[in-house]
Ligand binder design. Structure first.
Ligand SMILES: [Zn+2]
Length: 485
């Protein structure tokens, strides 16, 4: 048997100016694609040949340009067309939160799946692994044979979920069944920072999903947090349940209805992960804390959710301090392509002056600094991605106990391998400021105390302050919902 395999990830924040182009993508084809997608051995063990289409991953960024999308879309469609009469199924990772310039519905994933289904018709198995931070629609889910997202945020079960869906797909191909994933939309828009899976109510919701998957009539069950940076009819959380056989379709709907009630009843429990503080209190606590290692996340400039990582606002606030309580501070990193280019080829042995900041808005105003180059390194991405994305320059300030990692691409420093590749010894620092919302597991392990600073910016965490016009109503937190309905 033959299965076509592909991957498309871009979390597009529409509140960030500009467009994502193809050069922001890590593109892989052939064997490099296969060795990245965690499932090659599972299919091979069942004598299923994998046909690599395209792996395109830009993590989180801006809205995608139509030209860049066309390239990715056309590669995928061409692979499907060329192999259509040999294919027994298609296995895809589709993140779910891409937005493409000039596409009627915006979503690159929905268009892609629609165009693939145009070629295959409704029955060819298409099994889709998803990120929970994507927006779904009834039509989109109904084009999937199996649709299953990660349970955990941060996504510690990424590999496990890819492998789980691959195993489900192998069984499905052997059993010769046609399935259709079932969907129900939830009446709330949720931020990722209020739905971390080590907190309630996600613990209870995930427990319930695990129980549902124990039922032989149900193949899989997922809770989708959704993505709140698109004002679009698809915005909002959602539920996907796949029956193990279409004779259980009605039962799957009953399960969805029960899950809906359960999730709505838990809505008031969704709250910020950890210590979420307004900026003055975040700064005060982080400096005064006796804990050895403190991490502050600049949540309004959360690169893992599409922000640019160029805000200098928090840096400025820390620069204004006179007393650092004998702490050594690290800002990892700040994105400023122009300044990076300006100093990357120079050989500075001594201190020099720079103006750090892209000046794109009030949060990224230029800051005058006297610095020297402390070190250079390699820029790597999150989710264990050890590919080379560029370089890093670590700068030390002359008259402040502050180091800054300057980068020319938007990357969130969230995992150990990223600091190691950048030649940064985390043990030297008492206070590390990163461009994240909820703190990632490896940083949480590193630090003794973490604070989410509620900064302004394109990933402002105060959902209730975001303006939505095109969403379904009523929708919490903007409208009241009668939970007994
Ligand atoms: Zn995600």
């Amino acid at each position: 048997m033959k299965v076509l395999i592909g991957h498309y990830t871009l979390e597009s924040n529409e509140h960030v100016k500009g467009l994502t182009e193809l050069d922001s993508f890590n593109l892989k084809f052939g064997d490099r694609l296969l060795s990245t997608m965690h499932v090659e051995d599972i299919f091979r063990a069942h004598n299923i040949e994998l046909i690599p289409a395209i792996f395109a991953d830009a993590h989180s960024a801006k809205v995608l340009s139509k030209e860049a999308y066309k390239y990715i879309h056309d590669k995928m469609i061409r692979s499907v067309k060329e192999n259509l009469h040999d294919l027994d199924g298609i296995y895809l990772f589709l993140h779910g939160a891409s937005k493409v310039e000039d596409l009627p519905e915006g979503s690159g994933e929905r268009q892609l799946l629609k165009d693939i289904r145009q070629l295959t018709g409704p029955y060819l198995p298409i099994c889709v692994v998803m990120d929970p931070h994507g927006n779904l629609t009834e039509e989109y889910v109904s084009m999937m044979t199996i649709g299953r997202c990660y349970r955990h945020s941060p996504h510690t079960d990424l590999v496990e979920t890819h492998r789980l869906v691959a195993k489900m797909m192998v069984d499905l191909l052997n059993d010769k069944k046609s399935l259709v994933a079932q969907y129900r939309k939830l009446p709330f828009v949720l931020g990722g920072e209020r739905s971390v899976s080590t907190d309630e109510p996600m613990i209870s919701i995930n427990k319930k999903l695990d129980e549902i998957e124990q039922d032989a009539r149900i193949l899989s069950a997922s809770f989708h947090v959704g993505y709140l940076r698109h004002d679009n009819f698809a915005a909002g959380s959602g539920l996907v349940v796949v029956p193990s056989d279409m004779k259980y379709k009605d039962y799957a709907q009953t399960v969805l209805d029960e899950l809906y009630q359960f999730c709505v009843s838990k809505y008031s429990e969704f709250d910020y992960h950890g210590h979420a503080l307004d900026v003055p209190e975040a700064i005060k606590q982080s400096i005064e804390s006796d804990d050895k290692h403190v991490v502050v996340t600049d949540s309004g400039d959360n690169v893992t959710s599409g922000a640019m990582g160029n805000n200098t606002y928090l840096l400025n606030e820390y620069l204004a301090l006179e007393n650092y309580n004998n702490k050594q501070l690290l800002f990892a990193g700040i994105t400023d392509e122009q300044t990076f280019q300006l100093i990357s080829n120079s050989d500075f042995d001594d201190y020099f002056d720079i103006e750090l900041g892209t000046d794109s808005d009030d949060m990224s105003r230029k800051v005058k600094l006297t610095v020297k180059v402390k070190g250079k390194g390699i820029l790597q991405q999150t989710f264990g991605d050890t590919d080379n994305y560029g370089e890093t320059i670590t700068l030390s300030m002359k008259d402040k106990p502050i180091d800054i990692v300057l980068i020319d691409k938007s990357v969130s420093f969230a995992e150990r391998h990223q600091f190691n590749a950048a030649n940064i010894d985390l043990s030297q620092y008492h206070l590390v400021v990163v461009k994240q919302g909820y703190i990632f597991p490896e940083l949480k392990e590193y630090c003794d105390y973490s604070i989410m600073a509620l900064t302004q910016g394109p990933t402002n965490q105060k959902t209730e302050n975001i303006v939505f016009k095109q969403i379904m109503r009523p929708m919490m937190p903007f409208d009241e919902i009668d939970e007994t309905d």
